[in-house]
Design a protein around this ligand. Structure first.
Ligand SMILES: NC(=O)c1ccc[n+]([C@@H]2O[C@H](COP(=O)([O-])OP(=O)(O)OC[C@H]3O[C@@H](n4cnc5c(N)ncnc54)[C@H](O)[C@@H]3O)[C@@H](O)[C@H]2O)c1
Length: 254
């Protein structure tokens, strides 16, 4: 019996990078997977991969910054498969620059995607989880939210915000048997990292990031997906309000 047999998972930003790996892994564990992303084409490719492997998946083109679209997405998945058992808030974005040089429009975009997006999705999905007394919410934060990261001030604020938000939600929803946990990747090989570290200084940035990791390498999306699959599964039924770094030892929290 697969750990997520017949469960319905909704993964934001599942079209590429870490979200793609999470979608494939949850499908492999038996879940039906709805991918909410602005990149419809990339998301369709992931759906095709899952379907070819005998799984079930759909794309729900959604911008996480729009509460209206978020609500419509949760409604669509619920109409299609009856419910949402697992929510993975993974969609994220950042622009690497010194805070002193940053513009308010960039702060707004970073906060809308990385903080308000997960808050909106949680608000849209929890009524049905509370009613069923069952559900798993996993949000992808970042080690940047635990220890800071040069050039990522507002992003780090959002990622730290996700941790505090999730702990509070974990307390509020414990009575309803809904588990809320956070996974913090360190530098992980994805299009986002390539984009952030692009340009002439890119190789240097990646080199410096790698040297800061005790394991001396970047993370792979599959390694983040494995932690998400654990939190989504019955193996984590008694685990809530926790923050797990998957970062080769970059952050060692007490
Ligand atoms: N890659 C890293 O080094 C790293 C490190 C720590 C945390 N993270 C976090 O992991 C998560 C995934 O990052 P990634 O590296 O795979 O990034 P990525 O850019 O490769 O993928 C992000 C996905 O989110 C989607 N997305 C972005 N904005 C969206 C929006 N408004 N609405 C819907 N979807 C949207 C993108 O289309 C994309 O499919 C993010 O939350 C990121 O902050 C990544």
């Amino acid at each position: 019996m697969k750990r997520l047999q017949d469960k319905v998972a909704l993964v934001t930003g599942g079209g590429r990078g870490i979200g793609r790996a999470i979608s494939l892994r949850l499908a492999d564990e038996g879940a039906k997977v709805a991918i909410a992303d602005i990149l419809a084409e990339e998301a369709s490719q992931v759906v095709a991969e899952i379907t070819q492997n005998g799984g079930h998946a759909i794309v729900v083109t959604t911008d996480v910054t729009s509460l209206e679209q978020v609500r419509a997405c949760v409604q669509h998945v619920t109409d299609t498969w009856g419910q949402v058992d697992v929510l993975v808030n993974n969609a994220g974005w950042d622009k690497l620059e010194p805070f002193a040089d940053s513009k308010p429009e960039t702060w707004d975009k970073v906060m809308a995607i990385n903080l308000r997006g997960p808050i909106s999705f949680c608000h849209a999905v929890i009524p049905q989880m509370i009613a069923r007394k069952s559900g798993k919410i996993i949000s992808i934060s970042s080690d940047a939210g635990r220890v800071g990261s040069t050039g990522e001030a507002v992003y780090s604020a959002c990622k730290a915000g996700i941790i505090g938000f999730s702990k509070t939600l974990a307390r509020e929803l414990a009575r309803a048997k809904v588990n809320v946990n956070v996974v913090c990747p360190g530098p992980t090989e994805t299009p986002l990292l390539q984009g952030i570290a692009g340009g002439s200084a890119g190789a240097k940035v990646i080199d410096a990031m790698t040297r800061a990791v005790p394991f001396r390498r970047l993370g792979q999306p599959d390694e983040i997906a494995a932690a998400v699959a654990f939190f989504a599964s019955p193996d984590a039924d008694f685990v809530t309000g926790q923050t797990l770094s998957v970062s080769g030892g970059l952050t060692m929290a007490g």
